[in-house]
Design a protein around this ligand. Structure first.
Ligand SMILES: Cc1ncc(COP(=O)(O)O)c(C=O)c1O
Length: 375
């Protein structure tokens, strides 16, 4: 039996989410129902098509319509470059399962979603953490990356937009990372499940996806975050490297077969109207982020953060509190309010705040946090 590290963040969230009335633990843009989606985009899903759809396995590799819509998120990707998976989590899993083996070395940005380091380790790789520093605005240090590359390095793993910091890798830095990868013949896997939620970034500063910049770039994406449809459990890998895509498809036969055809149809509909859906989620993030900023400003120095510009999450430092795990347990017990403790990212003293969910939760959650800290 392969020994697998517990997924600290997911286990904390699973354990406590039912005890909470208010949550800032969510990382998805506030989820929409099919009815809300239809109203929002001003079009109707062909429900009769869904009702008539025979529920066999459906399109084994995902429908061509779905892949066409996904390819439009990118500039240079076509249907053959896309592998449909069960969520972004399935996309990351399949990518590592295909590429990583014993004796490999990978470099992963830190902090990041635990899956991005635990899985390469599970598949036998040595993992080096490329620390993003708060004092640098959670931006990467390229000299440090160079010093981490070894003879057996196979992959650089990025998370941009980043969970938990909400920072993104700039066009300039991305190009420099690609130069380092090219000169060492490395893959770059960029977890882009929060793409294209660049809600507070000027248009001309939004970087292209890694797959539109680098042949050995792998982008993992999802309906969950930017498109507010986590319940579809639908994600994808996009990559122009043919042997890698073929290998993913081969390995996928063992763990996916297909995603449900109904979800394929709903995702296709949502992505057909993606600009409207995205606008709704961007506006929500901008509005809720202003609220978070206001609470941080009014905390009398008890809270500090680097305001995020992308995604749905940020890391807030709770000044003078080291045990944020206990803080989160107290907030659940006393205020039925759920935050994710920084400990789940190995960053004690911080809270991971998901501000993409309901505005009401953001207001009440931040109010409760300050009430607790001011006691
Ligand atoms: C960075 C990152 N990658 C992947 C996932 C998995 O999400 P999903 O499987 O819903 O796409 C998450 C979920 O929080 C995440 O934050």
């Amino acid at each position: 039996m392969v020994k697998q590290e517990p997924f600290y963040l997911e286990q904390f969230a699973d354990k406590w989410e039912n005890s909470a009335d208010i949550t800032l633990a969510e990382t998805c843009s506030c989820a929409v129902s099919i009815n809300e989606l239809q109203t929002l985009v001003g079009a109707e899903l062909d429900i009769s098509k869904i009702l008539d759809k025979q529920l066999g396995y459906g399109w084994i590799y995902g429908s061509e319509e779905l892949k066409t819509q996904i390819s439009k998120i990118y500039e240079t990707i076509s249907n053959k470059d896309i592998v449909i998976t069960t969520g972004g989590i399935g996309a990351n899993f399949l990518s590592f399962y295909s590429l990583i083996e014993k004796g490999d070395h990978v470099i992963v940005v830190d902090p990041a979603y635990q899956q991005l380091s635990s899985l390469p380790e599970l598949f036998g790789a040595e993992v080096s953490f490329w620390k993003l520093k708060e004092e640098n605005g959670w931006q990467p240090d390229l000299q440090e990356l160079k010093s981490l590359v070894k003879y057996n390095t196979k992959m650089i793993i990025l998370s941009s937009p980043n969970n938990p910091t909400g920072a993104f890798i700039s066009i300039d830095d991305l190009n420099k990372i690609i130069d380092i990868a090219k000169s060492n013949d490395l893959y770059i896997l960029s977890d882009e499940v929060y793409r294209p939620l660049f809600h507070s970034v000027p248009k001309d500063e939004i970087p292209k996806s890694i797959v539109d910049l680098y042949e050995k770039g792998i982008s993992t994406g999802s309906m969950s975050k930017a498109f507010a449809l986590a319940g579809l459990r639908l994600g994808w890998i996009a990559c122009k490297n043919v042997p890698f895509v073929e290998d993913c498809l081969n390995k996928r036969d063992y763990n996916t077969i297909s995603v449900t055809p109904i979800n394929d149809m709903i995702a296709t509909f949502a992505l057909t109207h993606k600009d409207i859906l995205l606008k709704r989620n961007e506006s929500l993030c901008i509005k809720n982020l202003q609220i978070v900023k206001k609470f941080v400003d009014e905390s009398n120095g008890k809270l500090k953060f680097v305001p995020p510009s992308t995604g749905t999450t940020c890391l807030i430092k709770v000044v003078g509190v080291n045990d944020t795990n206990q803080l989160c347990l107290d907030l659940i017990k006393e205020y039925k309010t759920l935050f994710i403790p920084g400990e789940t990212f190995q960053y004690p003293g911080y809270l991971r705040v998901g501000y993409g969910s309901s505005t009401q939760d953001v207001i009440e959650g931040m109010t409760n946090l300050l009430k607790y800290l001011n006691k």
